[in-house]
Design a protein around this ligand. Structure first.
Ligand SMILES: Cc1cc2nc3c(=O)[nH]c(=O)nc-3n(C[C@H](O)[C@H](O)[C@H](O)COP(=O)(O)OP(=O)(O)OC[C@H]3O[C@@H](n4cnc5c(N)ncnc54)[C@H](O)[C@@H]3O)c2cc1C
Length: 471
């Protein structure tokens, strides 16, 4: 039987792989990692992400070696590599996981064309999603999804949640010499990331489900509390969405759960459903006429990058991102709203800046969420502009999050104290106020100006249609 080439791009794991079930039983698999120009360039843009990727690849290789094989690494163009490796191994099938962002989807099409031109069979699967998107799309009467809620109703139906796939895979012992594994320095990263891999990710998931899942609803609203942190391993495919959702649903079987604990779990399932929604349907690349209302650049954006806007939640979020490679989800929404509406910037400006800092490597979620934050969604009748000061008072009343990330405000007792100072009601010398700037703009004024521009612009535009899958 001829072997199958399995090209690893996303989904750097060996457990719960749909492709293993799709490959003819008994077939030997050649595990291949192609570091072509596109992949290397993307990694070089974000050293932290590159270090994580290298560690995940090393863990994958170690897992393969424990099964008597090893990763075959090639630093060459896609077409050249597929041709030479297929010729050398006699492979007749090339398999890979589907990607969801517009650039990734184009790469998938290119790979398919290369494979078919060589007379080989192309085999790809939705490995990242918790549900089978084709089945959901078939069960949806509209054929497309007007809103996340419509998608969620189908996603949550028991018949759509898939169990993890337990299919055996047989890897070919290394038949060809491999190039060295990717190393962080190759992409400008100075140090390696440790404790990465599918085993580690599974442990992280178990720990979250056992210890913190029931508190998720509170953590979601409270920037000083951690959320699951599973976004990074999910984005590299070290964990499968199916596996995460299954272990979370199992927790719901506990008859002694309190109502608020149940609500926390349901909230987490909604977050996982949103992931599927945006991966499958939400990273539409078609531009909307509203995008014309936003500017492609502004000098004011430098203050966001320097985390000195004078809006504590915005600045704390940016400092968290720079220091850790992540930002609390509730704060992401505030910073994104600030960039799009207070500064009037096109969503791509903020997204591209974050792409150089975030460890998560999920461009479809970046695109979907930034567009969502900018109000470019089909179920949206008006943009949702977030007031960063009000959000600070509401989400971080004791200023725990802000004090953690902004040392100039270390002596702040609570959010109200700074709010009062901003409102010029109190003159405080309790903290190093001169070192922390006053708000760089008047949020209310900017929000009103944007809405006026928006209402005027929308009046001249056609109504928006239903969101459809780009797959
Ligand atoms: C403006 C903006 C930009 C974002 N950019 C990215 C990005 O580049 N990459 C990325 O992976 N996520 C992005 N998100 C989504 C979300 O904020 C992160 O997935 C989450 O913060 C990761 O932390 P966590 O794993 O602790 O998430 P948790 O809150 O614990 O959520 C669990 C999982 O659910 C999924 N999820 C949660 N919220 C969302 C959401 N809004 N959309 C889609 N899936 C979600 C993620 O896979 C996440 O890991 C963005 C959100 C916003 C508002």
């Amino acid at each position: 039987m001829t072997p199958t080439l399995l090209s690893f791009d996303r989904d750097l794991r060996l457990s719960d792989r749909e492709l293993f079930a799709a490959i003819e039983p008994g077939t030997k698999i050649v595990p291949l990692l192609i570091l072509d120009h596109r992949r290397s360039e993307r990694l070089a843009r974000n050293p932290r992400r590159a270090a994580y990727f290298c560690a995940a690849v090393a863990a994958l290789d170690a897992e393969l070696r424990s099964r008597g094989s090893q990763l075959l690494v090639r630093r060459a163009p896609l077409d050249v590599t597929i041709r030479s490796v297929a010729r050398a191994t006699g492979a007749r099938v090339v398999a890979w996981s589907k990607r969801y962002d517009p650039a990734g989807a184009r790469e998938d099409l290119r790979l398919q064309a290369i494979v078919e031109e060589l007379g080989l069979r192309a085999l790809s699967a939705h490995e990242a999603l918790a549900v089978d998107p084709e089945r959901i799309a078939n069960d949806n009467e509209d054929g497309g999804f007007r809103s996340f809620n419509a998608f969620y109703r189908l996603w949550r139906a028991p018949e759509h949640l898939r169990a993890p796939i337990d299919a055996a895979a047989h890897f070919l012992p290394s038949v060809l010499p491999s190039e060295p594994l990717p190393h962080p320095e190759e992409f400008g990263a100075s140090r390696a990331t440790s404790s990465v891999g599918e085993r580690v990710a599974r442990l992280e998931c178990e720990r979250f489900v056992d210890d913190r899942l029931v508190e998720y609803a509170r953590a979601m609203r409270t920037p000083s509390l951690p959320t699951s942190g599973l976004g990074v391993p999910l984005s590299f495919g070290l964990l499968s969405g199916r596996e995460v959702v299954r272990s979370v649903c199992k927790r719901l079987e506990d008859p002694f759960l309190l109502a608020e604990e149940r609500a926390g779990i349901e909230r987490f399932l909604r977050a996982m459903a949103r992931r599927d929604f945006l991966l499958f349907a939400g990273s539409e690349s078609a531009s909307q006429p509203e995008e014309r209302l936003f500017a492609r650049g502004s000098r004011e954006f430098a203050s966001v990058l320097e985390a000195r806007t004078g809006f504590p939640l915005v600045d704390a979020g940016m400092r968290e991102l720079v220091t850790t490679g992540s930002m609390h989800p509730a704060v992401r929404a505030v910073v994104a709203s600030f960039c799009c509406f207070d500064l009037g910037l096109d969503w791509r400006v903020g997204m591209e800046a974050w792409e150089r800092l975030l460890t998560e490597d999920e461009p479809a979620l970046a695109i979907g969420n930034w567009r969502w934050s900018a109000g470019l969604r089909v179920d949206m009748h008006f943009p949702r502009i977030i007031d960063p000061q009000r959000q600070f008072l509401r989400g971080d009343p004791q200023a725990r999050y802000v004090r953690r990330w902004i040392p100039e405000l270390a002596l702040l007792s609570d959010a109200r104290q700074l709010h009062a100072w901003h409102e010029r009601q109190l003159a405080l010398d309790l903290f190093e106020i001169e070192r922390y700037p006053r708000p760089m703009l008047d949020h209310r004024e900017r929000a009103i100006a944007f809405l006026a521009r928006y209402a005027e612009g929308r009046a001249a535009m056609p109504p928006v249609g239903a969101l459809r899958s780009n797959r």
